[in-house]
Design a protein around this ligand. Structure first.
Ligand SMILES: *[C@@H]1O[C@H](CO)[C@@H](O)[C@H](O)[C@H]1NC(C)=O
Ligand SMILES: *[C@@H]1O[C@H](CO)[C@@H](O)[C@H](O)[C@H]1NC(C)=O
Length: 536
């Protein structure tokens, strides 16, 4: 009996794949005059079966977000990713595009290998401040999990654009082995030989931190003798925005302090969070941010797509998996289950996942065992479920459910999980490659279900341009929350540790978001802040 089922299924799958190829080919042929010549060239070099059904209409430069001048061979993902994306995403503003082009020029003019960079290093070694340096820099320190490091680099990048600084990413923790270079003809990686040799161990107690320099009156702050003290400004400041940041560290989000920081040539920043909502609290950045991001819920969406291109090795992992397991389905559903290594497999969490996906009609309900299956006609529809988790248990349970029971809709539901490490191993090379491939694969799904507070999920939803369904955190682990999940208010990541100091009133503020119409608290973390599209 099983063998008959299998062979039927196989012949159905073969014909579905053939149909997909034919339809795709027709789309390509029909649509080839629509796109630019570049679109056609990239499409033509593809295996057609791997294309997303609507991908032929997509623009390999993402509406001008990327430029055309990169060597394609050195980074296949940059120009191929549009083919794999079902969701073309939001359109970047013309102003954002012009800012990116100007920033690329800055990175080229001042980046590693230039005379300006050598001069700036000399200045840093001397420890003396140059009153009018040619170029200023921010080093983004890379630590914590991959999702955190991506959010940190994206945050540092936006800050760099706003303050005309060159962004240099600390290559630690494989940050030099996951991505293509985002800026043409230069590198964004901090070269070896950086004079602050122990910068990766900077922490809340580091004397050079902005917070400590303020507290110890090494420099003025918050308007207190700000102008008188500029003569004493150092060449370097460390910006500590880790979750143990002090009130003084968080002065970073104040206008007066930004005026001081602007005069410091070198900054190194430590955060593992998405601090961008905090940048929206700084008055001085407001006009630029408004022009760059008229859609405020698409900030990470644009920055993330601009900066983070999987390198060729990771892109191979992404495309081989996508082509083999996800391409043929009519809809792809991503489920990201964040569990911590020691947590036991939770039947309640499994029930929460199935009840969320079925109530919201993301996945079909199943018939009782032994119920007659539906007619072959309805089996033409198919869904592929991509599960990412450190554990394999949730995937195995879901897969068994759709194997042992028929879907009430008659749809074929396949369930896949690329890897399961059982515990998090940040820093191990192959693990990081696979983790990045999995984040990217999740971002290629049409519908996303995520466990809250996961930076892994945040990156995927932003890259994908998808508002996720968030599984609510249970207050009692033996009870499934009701409702089990909710549709997030925006695809923006949540800033987990926002400042609680009101710079304008110069006092502690219970709710820093209350005066900003497009910032609100996160569904998955009540004290977190996130950008939303519509005013609340
Ligand atoms: C880093 O090294 C410098 C000397 O190069 C030293 O003064 C400073 O205390 C060190 N900081 C940390 C956090 O180890
Ligand atoms: C959690 O829910 C179970 C079942 O309703 C109940 O027996 C238990 O007391 C609850 N635990 C807590 C800590 O509320």
């Amino acid at each position: 009996m099983q063998e008959v089922m299998d062979s039927k299924r196989r012949s159905w799958m073969v014909s579905a794949v053939l149909t997909a190829v034919v339809v795709t080919t027709m789309l390509i042929l029909g649509g080839r005059n629509v796109g630019s010549p570049g679109v056609w060239t990239a499409v033509a070099s593809f295996r057609q079966g791997s294309l997303h059904p609507t991908a032929a209409h997509h623009d390999r430069l993402h509406n001008g977000l990327f430029i055309d001048s990169f060597d394609e061979e050195s980074c296949h993902s940059r120009y191929q990713s549009a083919m794999y994306r079902g969701n073309p995403g939001r359109r970047p503003s013309a102003y954002l595009i012009s800012k990116l082009r100007r920033h690329e020029a800055l990175q080229r003019r001042c980046g590693p290998g230039t005379a300006a960079y050598s001069n700036a290093l000399e200045q840093l070694k001397s420890g003396k401040r140059n009153a009018s340096p040619e170029c200023a820099y921010i080093v983004s320190i890379s630590y914590s999990g991959l999702g955190n490091r991506i959010l940190a680099a994206a945050s540092a990048f936006l800050y760099a654009v706003l303050t005309h600084r060159v962004l240099l990413v600390d290559p630690s923790n494989e940050m030099d082995d996951l991505f293509c270079e985002p800026f043409p003809d230069t590198t964004w990686l901090l070269p070896r030989g950086f004079p602050m040799t122990n910068y990766t161990s900077f922490g809340v107690d580091t004397a050079e931190s902005y917070g400590n320099m303020v507290r110890n009156k090494v420099i003025g702050s918050s308007g207190v003798a700000a102008d008188a003290s500029t003569a004493r400004l150092p060449a370097f400041a460390y910006v500590h925005l880790h979750n143990d940041a002090t009130v003084e560290d968080n002065y970073f989000f104040c206008d007066d302090d930004q005026r001081l920081l602007r005069r410091i040539q070198w900054l190194a920043m430590r955060t593992d969070s998405y601090i961008v909502p905090g940048l929206f609290l700084v008055q001085a950045f407001q006009d630029e941010l408004d022009l760059m991001f008229p859609e405020r819920d698409a900030v990470f969406h644009h920055i993330g797509r601009y900066l983070f291109h999987p390198n060729n090795h990771v892109w191979g992992l992404v495309t081989r998996y996508y082509d083999a397991y996800l391409a043929a389905a009519q809809q792809r559903v991503g489920i990201q289950v964040r569990v911590f290594g020691v947590q036991p497999n939770s039947p309640e969490l499994l029930e929460q996942i199935t009840s969320c996906t079925q109530k919201q009609k993301l996945l079909p309900e199943v018939l009782a065992t032994g119920a007659p299956t539906t007619s072959p006609a309805s089996r033409a529809r198919s869904k592929a479920v991509l599960v990412t988790s450190l554990k394999s248990w949730y995937y195995e349970k879901l897969k068994s459910m759709y194997w042992e029971h028929a879907a009430v809709t008659g749809e074929a539901v396949s369930v896949h999980q690329p890897s399961h490490e059982e515990y998090q191993r940040s820093g191990a090379r192959s693990h990081e490659h696979k983790a990045w491939a999995e984040i990217y694969l999740l971002s290629l799904t049409d519908v996303l279900v995520t466990t809250g507070m996961s930076t892994f999920g945040y990156v995927a939803q932003g890259l994908g341009g998808v508002r996720p369904w968030v599984l609510y955190k249970s207050t009692n682990s033996s009870v499934v929350p009701d409702p089990p999940c909710g549709w997030d208010v925006s695809m923006e990541p949540c800033f987990h540790k926002p400042p609680s100091y009101d710079c304008r009133l110069k006092q502690w503020a219970a709710d820093i978001s209350k005066d900003v119409p497009y910032i609100q608290h996160c569904d998955d973390l009540s004290w977190g802040l996130k950008l939303v599209g519509r005013n609340k």
